[in-house]
Design a protein around this ligand. Structure first.
Ligand SMILES: CC(C)(COP(=O)(O)OP(=O)(O)OC[C@H]1O[C@@H](n2cnc3c(N)ncnc32)[C@H](O)[C@@H]1OP(=O)(O)O)[C@@H](O)C(=O)NCCC(=O)NCCS
Length: 115
Protein backbone atom coordinates (compact mmCIF):
# COMPACT_ATOMS: atom_id res chain seq x y z
CA UNK A 1 0.00 0.00 0.00
CA UNK A 2 1.22 3.49 -0.88
CA UNK A 3 -0.29 6.58 0.75
CA UNK A 4 0.10 10.31 0.13
CA UNK A 5 -1.20 13.39 1.91
CA UNK A 6 -1.16 17.18 1.49
CA UNK A 7 -2.45 20.20 3.41
CA UNK A 8 -2.87 23.71 1.98
CA UNK A 9 -4.16 27.10 3.10
CA UNK A 10 -7.64 27.78 1.65
CA UNK A 11 -7.03 31.55 1.21
CA UNK A 12 -4.49 30.77 -1.55
CA UNK A 13 -7.40 29.52 -3.70
CA UNK A 14 -9.60 32.62 -3.39
CA UNK A 15 -9.22 33.37 -7.11
CA UNK A 16 -11.34 33.99 -10.21
CA UNK A 17 -12.48 31.09 -12.41
CA UNK A 18 -10.37 32.50 -15.23
CA UNK A 19 -7.15 32.80 -13.22
CA UNK A 20 -4.29 30.97 -15.00
CA UNK A 21 -3.42 28.98 -11.85
CA UNK A 22 -7.02 27.75 -11.65
CA UNK A 23 -7.14 26.87 -15.37
CA UNK A 24 -3.79 25.04 -15.19
CA UNK A 25 -4.56 23.10 -12.02
CA UNK A 26 -8.21 22.04 -12.36
CA UNK A 27 -10.50 20.45 -14.94
CA UNK A 28 -13.66 22.12 -16.25
CA UNK A 29 -15.79 19.75 -14.15
CA UNK A 30 -13.87 20.59 -10.97
CA UNK A 31 -14.16 24.33 -11.64
CA UNK A 32 -17.91 23.99 -12.33
CA UNK A 33 -18.43 21.90 -9.13
CA UNK A 34 -16.52 24.36 -6.94
CA UNK A 35 -18.04 27.58 -8.31
CA UNK A 36 -21.57 26.25 -7.64
CA UNK A 37 -20.68 26.20 -3.91
CA UNK A 38 -20.76 29.10 -1.44
CA UNK A 39 -16.99 28.99 -0.91
CA UNK A 40 -15.35 27.72 -4.13
CA UNK A 41 -11.89 28.14 -2.61
CA UNK A 42 -12.57 25.41 0.01
CA UNK A 43 -13.33 22.82 -2.67
CA UNK A 44 -10.53 23.90 -5.00
CA UNK A 45 -8.08 23.72 -2.10
CA UNK A 46 -9.29 20.21 -1.16
CA UNK A 47 -9.01 19.06 -4.79
CA UNK A 48 -5.51 20.52 -5.03
CA UNK A 49 -4.50 18.63 -1.87
CA UNK A 50 -5.93 15.42 -3.35
CA UNK A 51 -3.90 15.90 -6.55
CA UNK A 52 -0.67 16.61 -4.65
CA UNK A 53 -1.37 13.60 -2.41
CA UNK A 54 -1.80 11.39 -5.49
CA UNK A 55 1.52 12.64 -6.89
CA UNK A 56 3.18 11.53 -3.65
CA UNK A 57 1.90 7.99 -4.21
CA UNK A 58 3.04 7.79 -7.86
CA UNK A 59 6.64 7.57 -9.02
CA UNK A 60 7.81 8.94 -11.39
CA UNK A 61 5.25 11.68 -10.85
CA UNK A 62 5.34 13.61 -14.12
CA UNK A 63 1.54 13.86 -14.31
CA UNK A 64 0.09 17.36 -14.70
CA UNK A 65 -2.53 18.51 -12.19
CA UNK A 66 -5.27 18.97 -14.77
CA UNK A 67 -4.77 15.46 -16.17
CA UNK A 68 -6.38 14.05 -13.01
CA UNK A 69 -9.90 14.78 -11.81
CA UNK A 70 -11.80 14.53 -8.52
CA UNK A 71 -15.19 12.93 -9.08
CA UNK A 72 -18.01 12.29 -6.58
CA UNK A 73 -20.51 9.47 -6.19
CA UNK A 74 -24.23 10.05 -5.46
CA UNK A 75 -23.50 10.46 -1.74
CA UNK A 76 -20.74 13.02 -2.37
CA UNK A 77 -17.88 10.60 -1.67
CA UNK A 78 -14.85 11.57 -3.79
CA UNK A 79 -12.46 9.50 -5.92
CA UNK A 80 -9.55 10.67 -8.03
CA UNK A 81 -9.31 9.59 -11.66
CA UNK A 82 -6.46 9.74 -14.20
CA UNK A 83 -7.57 11.34 -17.50
CA UNK A 84 -4.50 10.62 -19.66
CA UNK A 85 -1.50 8.34 -20.07
CA UNK A 86 -0.95 4.59 -19.72
CA UNK A 87 -3.20 4.37 -16.67
CA UNK A 88 -6.01 6.50 -18.17
CA UNK A 89 -9.28 5.78 -16.36
CA UNK A 90 -7.62 4.42 -13.19
CA UNK A 91 -9.36 5.60 -10.02
CA UNK A 92 -7.88 5.94 -6.53
CA UNK A 93 -9.33 6.24 -3.04
CA UNK A 94 -9.20 9.76 -1.63
CA UNK A 95 -10.51 11.43 1.51
CA UNK A 96 -10.84 15.24 1.67
CA UNK A 97 -11.67 17.56 4.57
CA UNK A 98 -11.78 21.34 5.00
CA UNK A 99 -11.86 23.56 8.09
CA UNK A 100 -12.05 27.38 8.17
CA UNK A 101 -8.43 27.92 7.11
CA UNK A 102 -7.02 24.67 5.74
CA UNK A 103 -7.96 21.71 3.56
CA UNK A 104 -6.34 18.28 3.71
CA UNK A 105 -6.50 15.11 1.62
CA UNK A 106 -5.18 11.54 1.83
CA UNK A 107 -4.86 9.18 -1.15
CA UNK A 108 -4.32 5.41 -0.89
CA UNK A 109 -3.09 3.11 -3.65
CA UNK A 110 -2.04 -0.54 -3.71
CA UNK A 111 1.43 -1.37 -5.10
CA UNK A 112 0.01 -2.73 -8.36
CA UNK A 113 -1.61 0.66 -8.99
CA UNK A 114 -5.19 -0.48 -8.39
CA UNK A 115 -7.39 1.31 -5.86
C1 LIG B 1 -19.41 13.59 4.33
C2 LIG B 1 -19.31 14.30 5.66
C3 LIG B 1 -18.46 13.44 6.57
C4 LIG B 1 -18.61 15.66 5.41
O1 LIG B 1 -18.22 16.21 6.67
P1 LIG B 1 -18.02 17.76 6.91
O2 LIG B 1 -17.32 17.91 8.22
O3 LIG B 1 -19.29 18.48 6.67
O4 LIG B 1 -17.08 18.26 5.74
P2 LIG B 1 -15.53 18.05 5.49
O5 LIG B 1 -14.96 19.40 5.19
O6 LIG B 1 -14.83 17.27 6.53
O7 LIG B 1 -15.52 17.17 4.18
C5 LIG B 1 -16.04 17.63 2.98
C6 LIG B 1 -15.61 16.64 1.93
O8 LIG B 1 -16.07 15.33 2.31
C7 LIG B 1 -16.17 14.56 1.14
N1 LIG B 1 -17.43 13.82 1.19
C8 LIG B 1 -18.68 14.28 0.94
N2 LIG B 1 -19.57 13.28 1.10
C9 LIG B 1 -18.86 12.17 1.44
C10 LIG B 1 -19.23 10.82 1.73
N3 LIG B 1 -20.50 10.40 1.69
N4 LIG B 1 -18.25 9.93 2.07
C11 LIG B 1 -16.95 10.35 2.10
N5 LIG B 1 -16.55 11.62 1.83
C12 LIG B 1 -17.50 12.50 1.52
C13 LIG B 1 -16.08 15.49 -0.06
O9 LIG B 1 -14.80 15.31 -0.66
C14 LIG B 1 -16.21 16.87 0.56
O10 LIG B 1 -15.48 17.87 -0.09
P3 LIG B 1 -15.74 18.26 -1.64
O11 LIG B 1 -17.23 18.36 -1.83
O12 LIG B 1 -15.05 19.57 -1.81
O13 LIG B 1 -15.10 17.17 -2.46
C15 LIG B 1 -20.68 14.52 6.27
O14 LIG B 1 -21.46 15.28 5.38
C16 LIG B 1 -21.39 13.21 6.59
O15 LIG B 1 -21.19 12.63 7.65
N6 LIG B 1 -22.20 12.72 5.71
C17 LIG B 1 -22.88 11.47 5.95
C18 LIG B 1 -22.88 10.71 4.74
C19 LIG B 1 -23.91 11.21 3.77
O16 LIG B 1 -24.02 10.68 2.71
N7 LIG B 1 -24.69 12.24 4.09
C20 LIG B 1 -25.67 12.73 3.19
C21 LIG B 1 -26.17 14.05 3.67
S1 LIG B 1 -27.60 13.84 4.66
Amino acid sequence: MEIGTDIEKISRFRLKKTDKFIENSFTGNEIAYSFKKTKPEEHLCGFFCAKEALLKTISPNNISLNSMEIIHDKKGKPEIKLLNGNNKGAKFKVSISHSDDYAIAVVAMTKNGKK
